[in-house]
Design a protein around this ligand. Structure first.
Ligand SMILES: CC(C)(COP(=O)(O)OP(=O)(O)OC[C@H]1O[C@@H](n2cnc3c(N)ncnc32)[C@H](O)[C@@H]1OP(=O)(O)O)[C@@H](O)C(=O)NCCC(=O)NCCS
Length: 174
């Protein structure tokens, strides 16, 4: 496999995003056009995995968010303030030529470790994500994420409690 760098913050002046192709044009476009400005405006932080030549092969965008307690699943809402503090994993994409090699999982593991650090410093009850489609939902469930509405197979909103992160990280290390 191509030698890859560890997850690092996107540096628009050093990383090459031009050839990134996840197979999802909207995700590619966001990386090229909006990731930099979201970072400058402090509205989303983008982490990337890149080759040694700094060509981006995967990215994840993160932002702090708040969950409406009345709409939250029991484990999130229980004895929590309203709204409930959380970390939003807004976008995740891996270049389609490097799919199935564990790169997406590696980046999510990095995001989960970041959430645990944030929780220690500022409190964050859960990591939340909206899966791109039902197929992607199964991918998140494999990592321990739970659907907001387990009774609705079409529901693509998922969460992982911060208190569950270590279990997922331990499972991935095995
Ligand atoms: C979803 C995505 C990020 C996954 O990245 P990836 O690097 O290919 O994934 P990984 O290689 O880390 O994971 C592969 C594992 O997931 C499993 N897997 C793949 N698709 C799956 C699915 N639909 N349900 C459950 N497991 C699945 C594989 O069997 C493999 O498991 P193994 O390691 O036990 O063999 C990538 O396919 C992608 O960018 N897709 C397009 C954009 C997208 O859907 N993003 C998600 C946004 S919410």
């Amino acid at each position: 496999m191509t030698d890859l760098r560890r997850p690092e913050p996107l540096d628009p002046s050093r990383h090459d995003r031009s050839g990134f192709d996840s197979g999802e044009p909207a995700l590619d476009d966001w990386l090229r056009r909006y990731a930099g400005q979201n970072r400058r405006r402090d509205t989303a932080a983008t982490w990337v995995i890149a080759t040694v030549k700094r060509e981006v092969v995967a990215y994840a965008s993160l932002a702090m968010t708040a969950i409406d307690r009345s709409a939250a699943p029991g484990p999130i809402a229980k004895r929590a303030p309203d709204p409930v503090p959380a970390l939003l994993l807004g976008r995740l994409a891996v270049d389609h030529r490097l799919r199935g090699l564990g790169i997406g999982t590696t980046l999510v593991a990095h995001v989960l470790a970041t959430a645990a650090e944030l929780n220690a410093k500022a409190a964050c009850r859960a990591v939340v994500v909206t899966a791109l489609h039902e197929h992607a939902r199964a991918w998140w469930e494999r990592l321990g994420f739970h659907p907001f509405d387990p009774d609705d197979p079409a529901d693509t909103d998922l969460y992982l409690l911060t208190s569950e992160i270590q279990v997922t990280l331990d499972t991935l290390e095995q």
